[in-house]
Ligand binder design. Structure first.
Ligand SMILES: Cc1cc2nc3c(=O)[nH]c(=O)nc-3n(C[C@H](O)[C@H](O)[C@H](O)COP(=O)(O)OP(=O)(O)OC[C@H]3O[C@@H](n4cnc5c(N)ncnc54)[C@H](O)[C@@H]3O)c2cc1C
Length: 402
């Protein structure tokens, strides 16, 4: 009996599991995750802002585990020892594998900016998203005690896809935040500091401008072309003038870091040929140095032959990689050659709160309510891909009409 070990129960890990469990054979699967639940990472900003509770975007991993073929182990992966074909865990003895699927996902990247780790809040998993929401509520209550305006101020660092979605959810919550603080919604101030001048490069300029217009309409102040130079306690330091390199400071009690992500620290700890926690995998999604190790999702980089650059890391590609990895492992188990992974992005859709969105699907642009509708359909599809119809009906988004 061969042992297949899957590390990580995110989009990539669970789609591998789901596809492998459909094809019982002469193998046993062990799935490892540090949590006993799966979370929809694409909706973390909603938990952080407080528009949905964490229960809405999580479900127990055991609900998707077929115990006849799979053992689930809740533990933290510390290191992978490819020479011994073993995975080191925090609390259990090392796990032996014949085939390994590494799907440990993303973490926050500070790009070495001083003070970012200590003084800004990261948003990378349920724990950190809940932490942001608790922090926001605590600051709003502090305003009531002190009347200090810094407690009504939020700064989102970075206006990438994640930052824009977070800004939309925070802006949507302004009336509720105002109620907690006992002020008018206009008194809640939401800023975004971003180095680039052209936002949302994954979308055409018209769509990006639509997003900017909507956010500004909701009172968000976008400071673009302002590289962040450091984060001090309750203060963002940024370059205000590119020519004079003059710095400026923005004081706020809530500073959230969304400038970028890298892959899990485990990749570097384990000696893989990685860059920012990502390993450039071969065409069949295997580590070029190990024929029984697949590296997928946000810990991998897959070359897009069309652009000559790696595909952006997304839930969309992570799901496809998981499915394809199961296919290739089954081929290896049957002594067949592995096949080449191909990917065609179906486009992407960003949300600005619950009822506005914008996106590009092929050559078609969608914006406003239809895009928000589409976003919910995509989220439901991805829930079904990891958790099946049961999770989709239990946790899906069906508030499609407004
Ligand atoms: C706010 C936000 C919005 C996004 N929106 C979109 C979108 O609209 N469309 C899209 O396609 N993508 C989107 N993304 C990106 C997408 O979420 C990621 O690309 C995706 O989550 C990657 O999937 P994954 O399975 O590789 O990793 P993850 O989803 O990060 O899952 C990793 C799993 O590994 C576990 N794990 C991590 N470290 C360890 C360890 N040491 N030991 C044990 N377990 C561990 C974690 O608990 C988790 O279950 C968004 C991301 C964010 C943050």
């Amino acid at each position: 009996m061969k042992e297949v070990v899957i590390l990580g129960a995110g989009y990539a890990g669970l789609s591998t599991l789901k596809a492998l469990q459909k094809k019982a054979g002469d193998f046993h699967i062990t799935l490892v995750d540090q949590n006993d639940y799966h979370y929809e990472a694409t909706a973390l900003h909603e938990v952080a802002a407080g528009t949905v509770p964490k229960e809405k975007i999580t479900y127990p991993i055991k609900e998707v585990v077929n115990t006849k073929v799979t053992t689930f182990l809740q533990d933290r992966v510390v290191k992978i020892n490819t020479d011994k074909q073993e995975v080191e865990l925090e609390n259990n003895t090392a796990l032996k594998y014949d085939y390994l699927v590494v799907a440990l996902g993303f973490r926050s990247e500070t790009f070495g900016i001083s003070g970012a780790e200590e003084n800004a809040l990261e948003m990378v998993n349920i724990e950190s998203a809940v932490n942001i929401n608790n922090h926001i509520n605590a600051m709003l209550k502090k305003y009531k005690e002190t009347q200090d305006k810094k407690y009504l101020k939020f700064v989102v660092c970075g206006a990438g896809f994640t930052g824009i979605e977070l800004l939309g959810s925070l802006a949507e919550m302004k009336p509720k935040y105002a109620k907690v603080a006992g002020v008018k919604p206009e008194e809640i101030e939401i800023y975004c500091v971003e180095a680039a001048t052209r936002l949302l490069p994954m979308f055409n300029e018209k769509l990006a401008n639509f997003a900017i217009g909507k956010l500004e309409g909701l009172g968000v102040k976008l400071l673009t072309g302002k590289p962040i130079k450091g984060i001090k306690p309750e203060t963002v330091v940024y370059q205000d003038n590119a020519e004079t390199e003059e710095l400026a400071e923005l004081e706020a009690a809530t500073i959230i870091w969304t400038t970028g992500v890298s892959g899990s620290f485990v990749m570097g700890e384990s000696g893989f040929a990685e860059r920012r926690g990502r390993v450039m995998v071969g065409e069949d999604l295997r580590d070029p140095d190990h024929e029984n190790v697949y590296i997928i999702g946000d810990v991998s980089a897959v070359m897009d032959p069309e652009s000559g650059r790696p595909f952006p890391t997304t839930a969309q590609i992570a799901l496809k990689m998981g499915d394809f990895t199961a296919h290739n492992i089954l081929r290896q188990l049957n002594n067949q050659a592995t096949e080449t992974f191909t990917f065609k992005s179906q486009g992407s859709v960003a949300s600005i709160g619950n009822t506005i969105g914008l996106g590009q699907v092929g050559n078609t642009s969608v914006k406003g309510y239809p895009a928000s509708f589409l976003k919910k359909i995509i989220m439901n599809k991805s829930l079904a891909a990891t958790g099946g119809m049961k999770q989709m009906f239990a946790k899906g988004r069906f508030d499609l009409y407004h």
